[in-house]
Ligand binder design. Structure first.
Ligand SMILES: [Zn+2]
Length: 150
């Protein structure tokens, strides 16, 4: 999972500012719990606060009853990486964007393997869709494939 590769660069700073023990793995339960409920954002400096607010808005706003343990944050993060790729960013640019917007570190090489893996999954789904005569699904896979592989 690409979400398992995500590290929060300001984790130590965040731990110091809040007095909480916050892991640097972003999609670790303790990190998500702290960010979604335990932190008073007013005590954080501007950039750190902005990144965390953006993180909450983008990945933790699903409204499931068992949020943030519902799986949505991880799924949304994986989707975000694909979305950035489909906007035309390469794996290095995606890595830089995740750091800039959310303070999240993911190695470009990990992003590249995730993109390759996604291509294989999409190709497999497209094949099954063709066999089962599900044209719309096949077309959707095709469209995503074209914008990822270019
Ligand atoms: Zn959810």
């Amino acid at each position: 999972m690409i979400a398992d590769r995500a590290r929060f660069r300001g984790a130590r700073k965040l731990s110091r500012a809040t007095g909480l023990r916050i892991p640097d793995q972003v999609f670790h339960g303790a990190f998500l719990e702290a960010v979604s409920s335990g932190i008073n954002f007013e005590f954080l400096d501007g950039p750190l606060r902005a990144q965390l607010l953006e993180f909450v808005r983008e990945f933790l706003s699903c409204g499931c009853r068992d949020s943030p343990d519902c799986g949505c944050p991880e799924r949304r993060f994986a989707g975000k990486v694909l979305e950035l790729r489909e906007e035309g960013l390469d794996h290095r640019e995606i890595s830089a964007r995740l750091l800039e917007d959310f303070g999240i570190d993911v190695y470009p090489a990990d992003i590249l393997s995730y993109l390759e893996e996604s291509v294989h999954v999409l190709e497999a789904i497209r094949e099954v869709a063709q066999i089962q005569g599900r044209g719309a699904l096949g077309t959707a896979c095709d469209r995503h494939l074209k914008s990822i592989v270019r």
